[in-house]
Design a binder for this molecule. Sequence first.
Ligand code: NAD
Length: 397
Amino acid sequence: MLVGVISESFPSEHRVALVPAAVKALKAKGVDTLIERGAGIGAGFGDDEYTAEGARIEDDRAGVLGAADVVCQVRTLGANPRDGQGDLAFFRRPPFEQTLIGFCEPLTDAAPLQRLAECGVRTHAVELIPRTTRAQSMDALSSQAMIAGYKAALLAAGALPKLFPLMMTAAGTATAARVLVIGAGVAGLQAIATAKRLGAVVSGYDVRSAVKEEVESLGAKFLEIELPHKPVGDGRGGYAVAMDDAFYLAQRQMMTAAVAQSDVVITTAAVPGKRSPVLITSEMVEGMRAGAVIVDLAAERGGNCELTRADQATIHRGVTILGPTNLAATVPAHASMFYSRNLVSFILHMLKDGRLRDDPSDEIIHQTLLTRHGQIVHRRVREVLRLPPLQSETIHT
Ligand code: NAD
């Protein structure tokens, strides 16, 4: 089996799908690797490092796509709808089987996914890897969100006109910055840990009360707020479930004081497949001190703050609001290293007798399978994208 890697064409995407160490790991299982020349440069991995591990280098992008049985990308067309289009012409067409693995943004827009499907490729969306113990080593969403959480705390520290730690000096005492992290999932917990390491006084909040202990174990305070009714409960796999507007309204009212007292607010509240809940209104921003900073990690899905603009810095009455959407790409060496390990683990999980098996009884294979035989075959994705149901023998959950 031949696994191919092409360079990423999305603007400012410096990650690469497989790092040189992956070449060795795959080779040990009889899988060869073909890398587009320069694909790893942005992440700090030279072609010679790939060849030293046994990869072949191909000058031509089309050559990689035309030869590989499995193509690994960070962003497939679904997550790169404008710049990824040029690759469509080069995918192998049926009867050749070709599998594409990468981020697909499967719950966002049907059009690019349909175009991928029409090429005949079998696509696995890494976002759909279940958050289970068995699939932990393949969980690319978590490995990349962890990096985003870390970088969010650094961005906040860089933008805040104050120090994060308490400093007692001959020139006076600087009190520690107060950081509030809303949403204590993967990114939020890492933001809490990083802000704490930098010396800030940190609080965390989440609708899932199950994370209280985790927040406290990082040395942060868990913000308890009284709400008119309890959240319906934890969603599957550590994800939240969507709540109604009355709930979010009450939540905003109860969080107003905590937001006003914070120097930094990092928001990461997300519900899979839904727009991000608005948790910070303009009025709440106006209640913050001038110089305060909000880093909104949910910017890509509309943002947790009403004033967030994706990939822009907005200054409102002295408060800086940052909405970065691709933070993992700003730490490309380690982000690629983790992502690459996720992919190798995923490929090896599917590998049998020199090919990728298609086993409907395996939840990891089954739940990630997005396109097959010219169609989007994932039931939930079809529902979210408002596509009509398929015949039962072709659908996936
Ligand atoms: P996650 O599902 O692990 O965490 C989200 C958390 O938000 C959950 O713990 C959930 O319970 C909580 N939440 C949901 N609604 C809430 C509410 N109303 N109030 C408080 N908490 C609430 O997701 P994650 O992997 O940590 O990612 C978090 C967000 O960061 C997502 O929007 C994701 O798309 C985004 N993200 C951004 C970048 C970037 O570069 N900007 C990178 C990775 C992830």
